[in-house]
Design a protein around this ligand. Structure first.
Ligand SMILES: Nc1nc2c(ncn2[C@@H]2O[C@@H]3COP(=O)(O)O[C@H]4[C@@H](O)[C@H](n5cnc6c(=O)[nH]c(N)nc65)O[C@@H]4COP(=O)(O)O[C@H]3[C@H]2O)c(=O)[nH]1
Length: 499
């Protein structure tokens, strides 16, 4: 620096130039560094020989610090100190120039932490921030010097790995996933964090950062859908699925207000008496252009964009009103079973919401049953126990849906305040021919009976299946053998015909 300043002054003296220069100096008194701005001119004598330089030396340290802070703000993420999107773009330009020249691939990775929102919601943002800082450090430790790691905001990170093909990207992604999954001790909390990663490779999956990161993002969603804590490569078919998802997500926003949703009701019967003991409410979405969309397709979308909360409330209220109407119209009281999604189940006011709907509709609580899948109940069993206890206290029944497909720990099952286990239809389907399925169904029925729980088999399609279930002591059944899901009016005809 000193030499540069001197050279600049020499040149000014030599050519009689105006001086305008910024540099830092070390203050003699305390050794601190100060930025100064030097403005001046050369004073010549009568023979045009420089005599002196006159001017001002202004301390501009504060302005300089502000400029640096602005520069930092514009290019770096404040929390982790990692490059942000703007700087990532610059670095990508450099990487792509090099890749083009040397005919090399580049891997772009999109990394998103799984269920990070839960950490923020339950432990607060300051713990969430510390987790993000810790994760950023761990990610850095895995990368090479030429790799670029940036935070996109929230819990999303983008990585650019120059000269890396699919194999290399897979290796890095596994390492990242592994290092993130190590226990994370933040203050007194030992947290377990996992991440999902999507990978797109230049030039096959795109030649701009925008497209590559979009495709890596799409691949990341696939990794999430397939169970999280894993990576997935982008494929062109994902683009088609993604486009369909986007269309559905946009259309779903208006489904409620445009009255496009409906409930259908599938009868549930007692195996012993053959009487209707209840119905399961099943959601239907009819869109004027897209036609009938299956709940299996649109419910996961509604879960991911939060619309499930409003839709779920609509389902609860509509189902309660329908049953009330049937009871008032003289139909025999029965149970209305309603599916609960994972997101609804995590809503802290769920028990209060359901109670207030039932009270508003004036439907006795014992006629309402909530179906929660085994996977959701087991995802966070301790919370599930609390919610189930609250619902039980309100006299509302719970059933565990798709039973047998998850990994129920028996010790938890004992603590779940549930009334019924619903045997998944995948076991019922081949019950006649598949010995393993028969054994599983029998085991579930025995387990339920030992725990004092009821059983209902779903997806019963034939008399043989029903006979087997009856012989094993299954209490109830539901399926096409009795009836497909029906509109409210169709169900009324069905129930009248059964009398
Ligand atoms: N092959 C065969 N299938 C049968 C038979 N009997 C019933 N089914 C179908 O099996 C599914 C049973 O519902 P689920 O396991 O709760 O699975 C449901 C449930 O997880 C979800 N779902 C439906 N309505 C709602 C809702 O209101 N809220 C939430 N959160 N999820 C819902 O969507 C899934 C699919 O619903 P649907 O398409 O209506 O499909 C329903 C039903 O129509 C049979 O004998 N054979």
């Amino acid at each position: 620096m000193r030499q540069e300043v001197q050279a600049y002054l020499n040149k000014a003296l030599e050519h009689n130039l105006k001086i305008e220069q910024e540099y830092w100096i070390t203050r003699q008194s305390d050794g601190s560094k100060r930025w100064v701005r030097n403005k001046g001119m050369v004073v010549l004598n009568a023979h045009n020989i420089p005599l002196a330089i006159v001017g001002t030396l202004q301390d501009i340290t504060e302005r300089r610090q502000t400029e640096l802070a602005i520069e930092e703000l514009a290019h770096f993420d404040q929390l982790t100190g990692l490059p942000n999107r703007l700087l990532l773009n610059d670095r990508f330009k450099y990487a792509i120039n090099l890749a083009q020249r040397n005919n090399e691939p580049i891997a772009v990775l999109f990394l998103d932490l799984d269920h990070f929102k839960d950490i923020n919601d339950t432990l607060g943002h300051s713990i969430g921030d510390k987790v993000l800082m810790e994760i950023a450090n761990r990610l850095k430790s895995v990368l090479r010097e030429q790799d670029i790691l940036s935070r996109q905001g929230g819990d999303e990170f983008i990585l650019i790995l120059p000269n890396t093909d699919a194999d290399g990207a897979a290796l890095v992604a596994s390492k990242l996933i592994e290092i993130i999954a190590l226990p994370c001790l933040i203050e007194q909390h030992e947290l377990s964090v996992t991440a999902s990663v999507g990978i797109a490779i230049y030039p096959n999956d795109g030649t701009t950062l925008e497209l590559l990161s979009k495709n890596a993002d799409i691949a990341m969603y696939r990794a999430k859908n397939e169970g999280r804590n894993q990576f997935s490569f982008y494929t062109p078919e994902m683009q088609t699925q993604y486009a369909r998802k986007l269309t559905l997500a946009n259309a779903l926003r208006h489904a409620l207000e445009r009255n496009e949703l409906q409930l259908h009701y599938q009868p549930q019967l007692s195996i012993n008496t053959g009487h209707i003991i209840g119905v399961e409410a099943l959601l239907r979405w009819y869109h004027p252009e897209l036609g009938m969309v299956s709940p299996a397709e649109f419910i996961p979308i509604a879960e991911s964009n939060g619309l499930i909360i409003a839709i779920g409330e609509w389902v609860l209220r509509t189902a309660a009103q329908q049953l009330k109407y049937w009871i008032v119209s003289g139909f025999k009281p029965m149970v209305m079973a309603v599916n609960l999604s994972a997101v609804q189940f995590r809503q802290s006011n769920l028990p209060e919401l359901i109670t207030s709907i039932l009270d508003e509709v004036e439907l006795p609580h014992q006629y309402f049953e909530l179906e929660l899948t085994e996977a959701v109940a087991m995802d966070n069993p301790l919370t599930a126990i609390v919610v189930m206890d609250k619902l039980h206290d309100q006299g509302i029944r719970m059933a565990i849906d798709d039973f047998g497909t998850g990994y129920s720990s028996l010790s938890y099952l004992k603590k779940f305040n549930v009334y019924k286990l619903k045997i998944d239809q995948s076991f019922v389907r081949d019950i006649i021919v598949d010995l393993e399925d028969r054994a599983i169904v029998t085991a579930i029925i025995n387990l339920a009976s030992n725990l004092g729980l009821q059983t209902i088999a779903e997806g019963v399609e034939t008399a043989e299946q029903l006979d087997f279930l009856r012989s094993q002591g299954c209490n109830e059944a539901q399926g096409y053998y009795f009836s497909k899901p029906l509109t409210a009016a169709q169900f009324e005809d069905y129930a009248r015909a059964m009398k």
